[in-house]
Design a protein around this ligand. Sequence first.
Ligand SMILES: [Mg+2]
Length: 189
Amino acid sequence: MPVKIALDLDGVLSDSMGRWVEIWNTKYGYPILSVEGLTEWDFWRKLGITQDEFNRIFDEVWQEWPLLKPLEENIDDSVSKIASLGRVDIVSGRVLKHRQYVVSWLKLHEIRYGSLFLGISPKSRLGHDVFIDDSPIEALQIARTRRIVLLRDQPWNRDLGESPYIRRVRSLEEAFEKLRAIILRDTSL
Ligand SMILES: [Mg+2]
């Protein structure tokens, strides 16, 4: 059985918060935000907006998907390398109504994958062996089920320490290297 890898979308493949911040700064202009300044998962609370308002901007991020950049260069090659180690599914909490935008974005950037799962929360309910994600909340939940999370380093997850089940990575290339080492060492995967 190939290793089943759940690859996150926002904040791992796509620079969604970079675009979110861009929309915020254009529309509201105060306070001026930067991605590096988003040091909390629920940073929007301090802006005095509701989660609905946060989500409305997120809707714009995906409605204008051609403007949304990949988080890294050569992301297609990096995903293909990870896929050489197992089966890669894209697993996201993104709402189902964004499916067509997501599919188009993945196609534009030539990212190949097995299945696309949207609207998944918590991700730990899926049967994947390894997760690549930037959410500290998902990471903790997955780690509780004794599965490995490669935590994509982001300002909003830097408070989360590493553990046997949570390993920080700074790029998909590093995720590939770490995953390869884990698979070589752990034959149960
Ligand atoms: Mg994410």
